[in-house]
Write a protein that binds this ligand. Structure first.
Ligand SMILES: Cc1cc2nc3c(=O)[nH]c(=O)nc-3n(C[C@H](O)[C@H](O)[C@H](O)COP(=O)(O)OP(=O)(O)OC[C@H]3O[C@@H](n4cnc5c(N)ncnc54)[C@H](O)[C@@H]3O)c2cc1C
Ligand code: FES
Ligand code: FES
Length: 1354
């Protein structure tokens, strides 16, 4: 027996830059750590001695125990290519196609595409999309990542529509984005709307060719090992655990007898998360190493038997080939399984998880077990005592003790019988997202008929996610035997099944009414499918389903996204070396793709370094009675516990709280931190800190509760024009309503990470962290340590995403870390795990909008009175600014002569909400568009007509009396309607809706007036520092932070133009409080504006200094001018700071007027969706964005911002749902519970056009595009509302209803009311509690909550 010494619980842990550190002590944090984000993807290759083939497959490293890799080759992103050696075409193309922004997801993206190419060197576009299904990206919006993958597809051409099966060359002038009509332009510049338009963001000719024969070979020694006939049992011995790999079946069975409680680790996708997140501990693990007995497919006349060791991906392949070989009637179960296998998790998990592991672990949400049970599958077991078979039936799935495996047994294989002619099997599921999301409800159903009839002989219905196990509706099925398959049977079946499957009001997962509705909606789908099947078999005997019901049969397909981006071409007269206006690649893109970009956690360990773990409050509002740290301090490796007592300076800077003292005011508040030698030790010890509390009343969680208790963080802000009350007296109609827009988690891929290093001398402290506001961090740290700010140095090179979440929170977390470093005198690394990050740092403010709107019957709005309340959480943070911005931007694009808007931040016992892309604008403007939609409904006009009627049309003043010119808005509006063929498509959608009862299409076109910047001049200032070295190279430093938006890249472009030298001469240096002091935050879309001006200023100063030398030698080269002999010899300083004072903005809140923002930016977005009225799922078919970009300094980066912002906005309004308990506990703390959009969610067709305008006050007449497009994502929300309205109209329901945000499947389904929702609901007036059943409140939706007053004739 071989023995290897290892430390315990080692997993394949990637560093944040994608490096795989093969041996890490204990579990380490990474982006999610639960297999849900794909950022840690690596390729595993194994040799199969039986068929002599090598299998390459992607895995999420965070779930791979290192011991399981014996005999496998692991390829990491560094193994694929590196800047130091040679970059791989996958890495090069991801970078050059602009598929990276912050770069944190990029190594995972590279590895997913690379692994695909190892198996399919010429993949199809569909395979690319499939391969990326398990990889999340929070920045890019995916389209450009898919685009990079598509360059490897066979049909790839120079056209960026490649892979779509279309070519832009085929298209004709004008309707470029119209599927039906043929249209204009190509990947070359053409004249378009008087401006030359380009569509090409990268040059394929620059790509190195991909030669699959050049890939590394599989290590021959691993082949020899695999073929070695004398393989022996392998034991890895850790301090607390032992891992045993058996090489023969008899050995494995022996081990199962000796260690009956030891898990048999196969894919580790169930065992791993249990150990990590549920604190389970196993002293022994057993795993088989490629036993042939577990890896086989055996096909017979009656069915197929598949080895338990087959991964779900291999199962998919095996079933795929059986389906292609066997007649259709025999393969109904296999096809049902294949459908679910396409969307179950992502490819990584499907390649790791095994059939045996899936069957045995019996998760209640299982997508496969209900179908296997309905298909009468048999489990083949083996133990030392022999073999036996058990049915994979209701007893097994419901965990009846008599149906359990014995502890010494293992599953050898699963046998699935062929279906027969009169036997129908189906699987149905509904999840928050199409792919990589657990089902909200799923089902496997089968029915057998007496031959030649529709008389039920046998019926089986299994449901997942409706209870603690998969459950069977066996009583219902029994009662229906002998019945005809007709509507009466369906009606009885629905009633019976709802009686049988009881979901208690407090059920885990909540959504009780919705899940009850789904139970019968899925049954109805099955009913229709079977009726259709019967009709196909004997059309004379069995009538077909109505034509209008056909669309209920199919789920939405996952298509490969395609699209076109149009932007201004560079003036041909511009010097070739001037990069301004060109789609220059992100300056770190290649490093992102090779994993060589360094994030904080990639910084090597420092001597004596300690790790920090937080202890957070479990109560929302309570007195701290005691903190007992004795057990924690006694644990190995623990150095200290840090509390408020240890803060030498101020523990409450600017009304914030570092460590809770005496009282806690939210769940998740940091009470103390534990410093230990490893992260595992710190984490373990943190769990042992005992805190006792005494609850304090009131506990305020919701906005409504805050209003009840008069609990506010800020005073009211108000803007008013005209005479609102008076105007209400003179209108035809008044409507009143409320809209809830829920919060949003930033979900930056790099969680908050801080490294604090105390210096030996003068109380200096150095901090490395991802941040947006270095000055703020410096301030809080200095205040906490009670030292001058000059002693605190904060540094960052890049952050793996920020989106506002790294504006204020790093100051708190930095100060907490610094206090620990100060107390222990040792460097401290504080990395928040995903769950803690979500819990502690909070996110976007949830908003309640209340409106009263007075309007004429022709749609003209005369008067509006709108109140906004945001849930600020427990401390001020950025709430005041958020409210300011909400109120100032609250009119969006509409002129309402009598307008009053008020806003206030509520103080609640939730973690403090903070800045998030758009600062409240994306929430509040949904309320505006909601009342526009409500007015439309009352006037019997379309929402776009109401928009058009009330939209600003000429130079005007805002409600706060600021002059602006909406001309670009009008252009965006007109072009969007025209180029998207809005009206034709709307008509087509109406036709579709008439023909389809259960699926509805909807369109919306949403205009936007966005103001860039902050209403305080001093927050618009910026500084830069530029050095020219004597070899001519230039160092550019500024106060802006880089977190994916490409700020450093744009600053290089600015310096290149100003100094008139190629970009290659210029190096951007890290952001630091040492080099540029007192920098303001990088936020509000102002980074390029302000820092660009500062860099420009510095460069112009330097050029002015060099002028005398240049004049003397005008034909000379840059190097000549700045060289030792010239500038230096003449004692010309080659270093300077640059400064931008800030745009002159002002806002007088007393007078309610001002010039609050430097400039305006406009945009219009049109989206089309299709909604499944039976499940609530939706599919985004197409989006067109027209955005006023003025002159884009870098169209690639700006388009990336627009697409990424749009998708992030779409997530806010559709899938991203934070769930809390009524006690204020956040439930959504990871990728499983919180769904940011994945590749399957993005529009099938995505068109972005930059509309040209002028912006002379900004650098190079550009505009800041970082935030604006977030709100454009609401076009998806309103398109969904349009589709739901169509469904409601057809069902005779009122079309005046409010859809709250996010429009989740739950809300969509429950608003498409029908007989199934009626049965699912316990009462007709309902309030949805969408969090776990104990009644969270993330969504509140009261149907028909718009109050309408008809004012009669004036
Ligand atoms: C991110 C993520 C997303 C997921 N999404 C979905 C989803 O959408 N739908 C869905 O249905 N599932 C989903 N899953 C669950 C997944 O399908 C299961 O975790 C998986 O099938 C378990 O297989 P495994 O090989 O990894 O089991 P392991 O974790 O290796 O083992 C699980 C259990 O089974 C036992 N076991 C394993 N093999 C045998 C055997 N041959 N004989 C006896 N006992 C055995 C082990 O002892 C252990 O107790 C997801 C999981 C993850 C991590
Ligand atoms: S970190 Fe491994 S999947 Fe997210
Ligand atoms: S680039 Fe994908 S997460 Fe930032």
């Amino acid at each position: 027996m071989q023995k290897v010494e290892l430390s315990e619980q080692e997993t394949l842990v990637p560093s944040t830059q994608g490096n795989v550190l093969l041996v890490i002590k204990g579990p380490e944090p990474y982006s999610c750590g639960e297999g849900g984000c794909g950022s840690c993807t690596v390729m595993v290759s194994r040799y199969n001695p039986k068929n002599k083939k090598i299998r390459h497959y992607p895995v999420t490293a965070c779930l791979v125990p290192i011991c399981s890799l014996y005999g496998a080759a692991v390829t990491t992103v560094e193994g694929v290519g590196s800047i130091k050696t040679r970059i791989h075409p996958v890495q090069e193309r991801l970078a050059k196609c602009h598929g990276t922004q912050c770069g944190f997801c990029s190594p995972g993206m590279v590895m997913s595409i690379y692994t695909l190419l190892r198996n399919h060197p010429e993949p199809t576009p569909d395979q690319i999309t499939k391969a990326l299904g398990g990889n999340l990206c929070r920045c890019t919006g995916y389209r450009l990542i898919v685009e990079s993958g598509k360059t490897f597809c066979e049909e790839s051409t120079a056209c960026q529509m490649k892979g779509s099966g279309k070519c832009c060359m085929d298209q004709e002038e004008k309707s470029f984005v119209n599927r039906e009509e043929k249209v204009s332009f190509c990947c070359i510049c053409i004249l378009f709307c008087f401006v030359e338009i380009c569509t090409k963001l990268y040059n394929e000719d620059e790509f190195q060719p991909f030669d699959p024969s050049q890939e590394p070979i599989f290590p021959p020694e691993l082949i020899r090992m695999a073929e070695d006939p004398n393989k022996r049992r392998l034991t890895f011995q850790g301090k607390r655990t032992t891992w045993i790999t058996s090489v023969t079946l008899s050995d494995l069975l022996e081990l199962k007898v000796n260690f009956p409680q030891a898990p048999l680790v196969m894919g580790n996708t169930e065992v791993g998360p249990r150990i990590k997140f549920e604190d389970e501990f196993y002293p022994v693990f057993i795993t088989p190493l490629g036993l042939p007995e577990l890896y086989f497919v055996d096909s017979t006349d009656n069915g197929v038997t598949i080895g338990a060791g087959y991964s779900l991906a291999q199962l998919n392949d095996a079933l795929g080939s059986i389906v292609s070989e066997q007649p259709k009637e025999k393969t109904k179960t296999y096809r049902a399984l294949l459908k679910h296998l396409r969307t179950l998790a992502g490819p990584q998990i499907r390649n790791m998880a095994t059939l045996g592991g899936h069957v045995v672990s019996r998760p209640n949400y299982s997508d496969l077990n209900p179908i296997l049970a309905a298909g009468n599958a048999i489990i083949n077991l083996i133990s030392k005592d022999g073999e036996r078979q058990i049915a994979l039936d209701s007893k097994f799935l419901e965990r009846a003790p008599e149906a359990n495996l014995k502890s010494e047994e293992i599953v050898l294989s699963v046998s699935i019988p062929h279906s027969t002619k009169w036997h129908f099997v189906s699987g149905m599921r509904l999840a928050q997202c199409q792919e990589n999301a657990f089902a909200i409800v799923n089902a496997g159903m089968s029915v057998k008929f007496e031959d030649g009839t529709d008389t039920i002989k046998d019926l089986q219905m299994f449901y997942g996610s409706v209870g603690p196990t998969v459950v069977s509706a066996s009583q219902t099925c029994k009662q229906l035997i002998g019945r005809q398959w007709d509507d009466q049977m369906l009606s009885d079946a629905c009633r019976l099944v709802l009686d049988e499957i009881y979901i208690p009001p407090a059920a885990e997962g909540g959504m009780v009414e919705y899940r009850r509705t789904l139970i019968i909606s899925l049954l109805f789908k099955f009913y229709l499918k079977v009726r259709r099947g019967l009709n196909k078999m004997d059309p004379q005997k069995f009538p077909d389903i109505p034509e209008k019901f056909m669309s209920a049969l199919e789920d939405f397909p996952i298509e490969t996204p395609q699209g076109i981006q149009m932007f201004q071409c560079v003036d041909p007269r511009q010097p070739p070396q001037d990069p301004v206006g060109h789609p220059v690649m992100h300056q770190s893109a290649i490093k992102h793709a090779t994993g060589e970009a360094v994030y904080i956690d990639d910084m090597p360990p420092i001597a004596q370094e300690l790790f920090l773990a937080p202890v957070t409050s479990t109560r929302a509002h309570a007195k701290i009675i005691s903190i007992d740290v004795s057990e924690a301090l006694a644990l190995p490796g623990v150095v200290d516990v840090i509390t408020a007592e240890d803060v030498p300076g101020d523990n409450n800077p600017q009304e914030e709280i570092l460590y809770a003292q005496n009282e806690v005011i939210c769940v998740g508040q940091i009470i103390c931190t534990v410093a230990a030698d490893t992260h595992a030790h710190a984490k373990e010890a943190a769990k042992q800190v005992k805190i006792t509390y005494e609850d304090i009343e009131p506990r305020i969680i919701t906005i409504e509760q805050a209003l009840e208790h008069n609990s506010f963080l800020t005073a009211e802000r108000k803007i008013e024009q005209g005479n609102v009350e008076q105007a209400f007296k003179h209108v035809d109609q008044i409507i009143e309503g409320e809209v809830h827009v829920e919060g949003q988690e930033h979900f930056y891929m790099e969680t908050q990470t801080i490294l604090a290093i105390p210096k030996e001398e003068d109380k200096e402290m150095v901090l490395h962290l991802g941040m947006q506001y270095p000055t703020h961090v410096q301030d809080f740290v200095a205040t906490a340590l009670n030292v001058p700010r000059s002693r605190i140095a904060c540094h960052m090179r890049r952050a793996g995403g920020a989106f506002g979440g790294k504006a204020s929170k790093p100051a708190l977390l930095g100060a907490i870390t610094a206090v620990a470093a100060n107390k222990t005198g040792r460097p401290i690394r504080f990395i928040l795990e995903r769950g803690d990050d979500m819990l502690i740092t909070a996110g976007r403010h949830p908003l309640l909008g209340k409106y009263k709107i007075g309007f004429m019957n022709n749609g003209v709005i005369k008067s509006a009175d709108v109140e906004y309340y945001v849930n600020g959480g427990c401390t001020p943070d950025e709430s005041e600014l958020v409210v300011d911005i909400i109120v100032l931007k609250s009119e969006n694009t509409y002129y309402i002569p009598n307008f009053r808007c008020r806003g206030r931040a509520c103080k609640t016992n939730l973690p403090s909400n903070t800045a998030f892309r758009g600062f409240g604008f994306p929430q509040s403007t949904v309320v505006v568009e909601a009342y526009i939609t409500a007015v439309a409904s009352q006037c019997n006009l379309s929402p776009e007509e109401i928009r058009e009627i009330n939209m600003y049309k000429r130079i005007s003043k805002t409600a706060y009396k600021d002059m602006f010119n909406p001309e670009p808005l009008r252009r965006c509006w007109k072009e969007c309607l025209e180029k998207s063929s809005f009206y034709a498509r709307k008509q087509a959608a109406e036709e579709f809706n008439k023909k389809n009862y259960w699926k509805k299409k909807g369109l919306s076109v949403i205009p936007m007036k966005f103001t860039v910047g902050i209403p305080y001049t001093y927050l618009n200032q910026a500084a830069a520092l530029v050095h020219i070295y004597l070899d001519g190279s230039v160092l550019v430093i500024h106060g802006g932070c880089e977190f994916g938006q490409g700020l450093y890249t744009k600053m290089v472009q600015v310096a290149s133009r100003e100094l008139n030298i190629p970009s290659s001469y210029i190096h951007p240096y890290e952001t630091s409080t040492v080099t540029v002091p007192n920098a303001v935050f990088t936020a509000a879309s102002m980074g390029t504006d302000t820092n660009g001006k500062a860099v420009q200023n510095a460069c112009q100063i330097l050029m002015a200094r060099l002028q005398p030398i240049i004049r003397k030698n005008p034909k000379g080269k840059w190097e000549d001018w700045v060289s030792i002999e010239k500038a230096f010899q003449e004692s010309i300083s080659l270093s300077t700071t640059g400064y931008f004072k800030g745009y002159q903005t002002n806002m007088d809140w007393e007078k309610e007027e001002g010039h609050a923002f430097p400039y305006y930016l406009y945009g219009v977005s049109c989206s089309e969706v299709e909604v499944d009225c039976l499940t609530g799922a939706h599919k985004l078919l197409r989006t067109d964005i027209f955005i006023d970009a003025a002159f884009s300094i870098n169209p690639a980066l700006d388009i990336g911002q627009v697409e990424g912002g749009f998708i992030q906005g779409m997530g806010l309004y559709t899938t991203e749902e934070l769930k809390y308990s009524p006690e204020g506990v956040l439930y959504s703390r990871g990728t499983n519970d919180y769904k940011i959009p994945a590749v399957a969610e993005i529009p099938e067709e995505f068109y972005v056009t930059f509309v040209r305008s002028q912006n002379p006050i900004a650098i190079y007449s550009s505009k800041g595009l970082g935030e604006a497009s977030m709100f454009l994502g609401s076009s998806v929300f309103f398109a969904i509302q349009d589709a739901v309205t169509a469904a409601r109209r057809e069902r005779g329901l009122t079309t005046s209803f409010t859809l709250n945000s996010p429009a989740t499947p739950e809300l969509i389904r429950m608003n498409c009311m029908d007989q199934f929702t009626e049965m699912g609901l316990r009462s007709t007036s309902w309030v949805l509690h969408s969090s776990r059943g104990d009644g969270g409140y993330s969504i509140r939706n009261i149907v028909n909550n718009i109050v309408i007053t008809r004012c009669g004739a004036r």
